[in-house]
Design a protein around this ligand. Structure first.
Ligand SMILES: Cc1cc2nc3c(=O)[nH]c(=O)nc-3n(C[C@H](O)[C@H](O)[C@H](O)COP(=O)(O)OP(=O)(O)OC[C@H]3O[C@@H](n4cnc5c(N)ncnc54)[C@H](O)[C@@H]3O)c2cc1C
Length: 95
């Protein structure tokens, strides 16, 4: 716990874990701080317990935001197809 790290992610939910793994892949030493008894709890609850992981029909028009451009750039930089590619690279079955 006292080892030096480059990045501290507070919250091990879907967003925090994705952030942590991306930082790790870029060579950063990462610590995830989660106050629940395990990370990713809501991921396991999603999809009625079957784990939703993306939405192939999502568009910026589906989001309400004070900054409508944020989701446009976020969705353009990481598309649902890229998440599906990642799942397939790890050999995770899905439908
Ligand atoms: C029952 C249920 C079913 C759902 N089903 C779906 C679904 O089918 N499809 C869908 O898209 N979404 C679903 N959701 C929504 C789901 O929560 C989100 O899709 C996704 O989990 C949100 O991820 P997140 O990383 O933004 O937030 P979260 O998953 O909420 O992650 C935040 C994490 O930060 C931790 N945390 C917060 N504050 C602190 C702190 N101060 N210190 C340390 N840790 C902290 C929390 O414990 C949590 O683990 C569902 C949610 C619930 C509760």
């Amino acid at each position: 716990m006292n080892d030096p790290v480059d990045v501290v992610v507070i919250g091990g939910g879907a967003a925090g874990l994705m952030c942590a793994l991306t930082a790790g892949q870029r060579g950063r030493r990462v610590r995830v701080i989660e106050h629940a008894n395990r990370v990713g709890k809501k991921i396991l609850m999603s999809g009625g317990g079957r784990c939703n992981f993306t939405n192939t029909g999502t568009t910026a028009a589906h989001f309400i935001s004070a900054n409508p451009h944020f989701c446009k750039s976020a969705l353009a930089r990481f598309k649902p197809a890229q998440f599906i590619d990642m799942v397939e690279r790890h050999g995770i079955g899905y439908h």
